[in-house]
Design a protein. Structure first.
Length: 160
């Protein structure tokens, strides 16, 4: 089990996100976030433990600085297979659709932070059940609803 440390949004892609404390999760992602939409990467998650690695390298970074929507603690995100279901708080249910990502171009995050841990340790998910998510919510791997061999969801006309 893990915990939500920060709930982050930004209006535009490729910029640091700000902690809003609580946010409505719709079928498209976090309300008001530039990454929400009808595609497989509606919500991004990054562990506080991953951010700590960057701090230990001397970077002045924190939750939201790598453009993640949800900063977590106590859950080894990158080890979760595609298809894993995550229950956030009482209402929100996510399905992991991608682990890590390819950065074709260095984004603003890389230039602002000096490195970007999201491509190596971030995960992405789509929304299965809407609701509110807030700092302090518990994150539970929903083993009853997780497929043994998950498949990445691909939306070819929305690949980003």
């Amino acid at each position: 089990m893990g915990t939500v440390v920060s709930v982050n949004i930004s209006r535009h892609k490729g910029e640091r996100k700000k902690n809003v404390g609580t946010c409505r999760v719709t079928r498209l992602g976090l309300e008001g976030d530039g990454h929400s939409g009808e595609w497989h990467r509606q919500i991004s998650l990054l562990a506080q433990e991953s951010i700590r690695k960057m701090v230990d390298l001397g970077l002045d970074v924190g939750p939201g600085d790598f453009a993640e929507n949800i900063t977590t603690q106590g859950l080894d995100l990158i080890s979760l297979p595609v298809g894993t279901k995550l229950q956030l708080g009482e209402e929100v249910l996510l399905e992991v659709t991608q682990r890590g990502k390819v950065c074709h171009d260095r984004c603003a995050i890389f230039y602002q932070a000096g490195d970007c841990v999201m491509p190596r340790e971030g995960i992405f998910a789509r929304v299965l059940a809407e609701g509110e998510v807030k700092v302090g919510d518990k994150i539970v791997v929903d083993r009853e609803r997780t497929l043994k061999h998950g498949k990445e969801i691909r939306y070819s006309h929305h690949q980003r």
